[in-house]
Design a protein around this ligand. Structure first.
Ligand SMILES: [Zn+2]
Length: 150
């Protein structure tokens, strides 16, 4: 039977491994991260990067780092849907009344600037939604497709 591990514990383990890798490569010194506060800020950044990822992705990541096969359990954070790729990757959605938006999709890199016309050139993105979608199709290994919730 596959061991079940809580999502939050898996994320913490992944962060610890990555922190270890960064310090082994002396990047901590380069980044001037010797103080405890900076190290904890770095930990939080790595952690935020994993928010909204699927449990399947976390399980693969965990296995790669530890060699251990586990089933990741727990609810995935609910994020907003990217208008370009359709994955749930955004921490906030464009809303002019609420003054939110301009979050950059962690899958396709589209910046949510309120564009809905697929062929309209967005100045902040330097292209249209359709041109970004073409880039995703061109590059089949564009990050991990199983990383995000549809
Ligand atoms: Zn996207």
């Amino acid at each position: 039977m596959i061991k079940k591990v809580l999502r939050n514990d898996v994320i913490t383990t992944i962060c610890q491994y990555r922190m270890k890798l960064i310090s082994q490569r002396d990047l901590i010194d380069t980044l001037d991260c010797e103080t405890k506060d900076t190290a904890s800020a770095l930990f939080d950044t790595i952690k935020q990067e994993l928010e909204g990822c699927t449990n399947g992705f976390l399980s693969e990541f965990y296995q790669t780092l530890t060699g251990e096969v586990v089933e990741v359990v727990g609810d995935t954070q609910k994020l907003f849907t990217c208008p370009c790729c359709g994955f749930n990757t955004l921490f906030e959605i464009y809303n002019i009344q609420q003054g939110t938006g301009y979050d950059i999709c962690r899958y396709c890199q589209w910046e949510d600037d309120g564009t809905s016309d697929l062929d309209k050139i967005s100045s902040v993105n330097g292209g249209s939604i359709n041109s970004y979608r073409a880039k995703i199709i061109e590059n089949k290994n564009f990050f991990y497709r199983n990383k995000w919730v549809i």
